[in-house]
Design a protein around this ligand. Sequence first.
Ligand code: PEP
Ligand code: MN
Length: 347
Amino acid sequence: MMILVMKHTATQADIEKTRDQLKEWGHETSLAPGEQQTVIGIVGDKRDIAGYALHSLPGVEQVLEVSAPYKVASREFHPTDSIIDVNGVKLGGGNKVVIAGPCSVDTYENLITIANSVKAAGATMLRGGAFKPRTSPYSFQGKGEEGLKMLAEARRETGLPIVTELLSEKDIDLVYQYTDVIQIGARNMQNFSLLKEIGTLGKPVILKNGIASTVKEHLMSAEYVMAGGLRDVIMCLRGTRTYEPAFRNVLDVNLVPYMQERTHLPVIVDPSHAAGTREYVSSLSYAGMAVGADGAIIEVHPCPSCALSDGDQALLPEDFSYLMERVNKLEAWDQKAWVKARGDAKL
Ligand code: PEP
Ligand code: MN
């Protein structure tokens, strides 16, 4: 992908003329408006556009090639942070969001108890699974549509936007009817046909990393979604499997600033699936927020022993409130401010 960085002074008309000209030459473009400068991305190989006088198009300041294999997801293409708006709740670009709720929706009574308590503590979105990816086919698989209905009812009661997992292409119509944000779980990170499909649909997506994925693979999966046109993708770090058996997974907090440097998309952490036991979920959530994550997604249940999945890692509502009190007082590390203060263009 080639990008055209437009001049500060470029007008809307310059941008349109440039895009129209490229279209005439047979090239689709995508737009990344920035605070200072707009970037136009030219889809396709650099060889296809060699020979065109791109520099002389109206308002163009610089012609660059995106070197990362992920293009639309890269910071080269979109230098400023993307801000994602979910029913008025903003995520990214300094807007931090904590999403909380049960691993799986069980009873409405539990769900509404959780929703009210996490809202009171400061969570701004409610999560809950209705379709669960379980290791055993004999384990609870989720309440399906009944669970989605309960989530929608809890949203009506509390005003919290809802997040739920989409497991399969066959459930797209159903899940999209109810949810505000689609969660793509670890096991589906490389389900490319599912990623392509949701990229053409209009709801924000939380994309979790696979259990043994690299950052590059995770970002390539975001690119799959974005290649379909969707811009609202939230990267979620849920830990990867290592040789350490003490925890379910390991959350590498290094990855937060590392990813934020390479992508403009918000990066959130999932300490519940990383820690695997409630004892370490709060400290790990705090660490993720301290290192500068744009948010966290945390499992909470008032009766962990009654939970139908992931009870061991569910925080009690009072643990969640305690955590939020601490998180609200936290002054998170700001990598960009540090780089700036250090005075280097590049580390
Ligand atoms: C979940 O969020 O409950 C879940 C199944 O997560 P993951 O895909 O990260 O395992
Ligand atoms: Mn879970």
